[in-house]
Design a protein around this ligand. Structure first.
Ligand SMILES: NC(=O)c1ccc[n+]([C@@H]2O[C@H](COP(=O)([O-])OP(=O)(O)OC[C@H]3O[C@@H](n4cnc5c(N)ncnc54)[C@H](OP(=O)(O)O)[C@@H]3O)[C@@H](O)[C@H]2O)c1
Length: 276
């Protein structure tokens, strides 16, 4: 019997590429998304079926997990991929914007994990993969709330990996660097008005640094490379918990090991033109 993966946020980017990758390997794929009517998945060797799932709505999560389990018999792997970015100064973020960021990026992961756990416990096996970010290990400027949400995902995943190991369930967390999706367009919410308010100067400097990085070709991974890495993690049979993915992310982590936390943070402020 083919294995089954349930993936959140499959409408685009990493989620859509991961659907294709697992389907190509002959897996059953429960491809979940907020608007299943918009699902456009190519054919693979496996069976792909879309299910409606909004990670901020526990009833929709429970319904999607129940339907997918009924359709495919079991869920072997869960990939918590859905998420979006909140960019801008902390001070200008409204409480509602902050709640929404955590409801999606953090509580959304809790909700889907909670829904698949009884089945995985009963079958005595399973792999949970949460997509955090390099920004969940090293915080970039003007991403305080996105970073806080992704640090939370890393902490949750690492602690859960201990708790679920005796039950045969492995937990993994991905920390990708830049991935060439439309994340910074379609999935980036700003905390500030167009003039930037009191932080206009810092915003301009940070945006210019990111733009220079992108223009210089950067070292962004493709969504397909991420999907391959996710497939590898789902099937490597290892107890590895953290996956730092992409040349850019690996370089930052190596630098941190070489120069230490404080020097890395000071170097980032320097690089973004934010040193006092
Ligand atoms: N791209 C990068 O550079 C990068 C780097 C590190 C980590 N990541 C992480 O990778 C993940 C995927 O991002 P991506 O780059 O593939 O961007 P993307 O193409 O914009 O995908 C984001 C996905 O999340 C979904 N989503 C957002 N809110 C949701 C909700 N409440 N319920 C269900 N789905 C929801 C979106 O669905 P809709 O179409 O309905 O909006 C979309 O399918 C995110 O968690 C992101 O933080 C991305």
């Amino acid at each position: 019997m083919p294995s089954t993966v349930l993936i959140t946020g499959c409408s685009s980017g990493i989620g859509a590429a991961t659907v294709q990758c697992f389907a190509d390997q002959g897996w059953n794929v429960a491809a979940t998304l907020r608007k299943p009517a918009q699902a456009r998945f190519g054919q693979g060797r496996g069976c792909v079926e879309p299910f409606a799932l909004d990670v901020t709505d526990q009833a929709s999560v429970d319904a999607a997990v129940a339907q997918a389990t009924q359709r495919f018999g079991r869920i072997d792997v869960l990939i918590n991929n859905a998420g979006y970015g909140l960019f801008g100064p902390f001070e200008t973020a409204t409480p509602a914007a902050i709640r929404r960021q955590f409801a999606t990026n953090v509580e959304g992961v809790f909700a889907v994990t909670r829904a698949v756990l009884p089945g995985m416990r009963a079958q005595g096996s399973g792999v949970l993969i949460n997509i955090a970010s390099l920004t969940g290990l090293v915080a970039m400027p003007l991403y305080s709330l996105y970073a806080a949400s992704k640090y939370a995902v890393v902490g949750f995943s690492e602690s859960l990996s201990h708790e679920l190991a005796p039950l045969g369930i492995r937990v993994k967390v991905f920390a990708p660097g830049a991935v060439a999706t439309d994340f910074s367009g379609r999935s980036m919410v700003r905390t500030f008005e167009s003039d930037g308010g009191p932080y206009a100067d810092s915003i301009a400097k940070v945006q210019a640094t990111f733009a220079t990085n992108r223009a210089s070709g950067g070292a962004a991974s493709s969504a397909e490379q991420l999907a391959q890495a996710l497939y590898g993690a789902a099937t490597d049979g290892s107890g590895q918990v953290r996956y730092v993915v992409g040349a850019d992310a690996q370089q930052v982590m190596q630098m941190r090991q070489q120069i230490g936390d404080e020097a890395l943070l000071a170097g980032l402020r320097q690089r973004f033109g934010l040193a006092a």
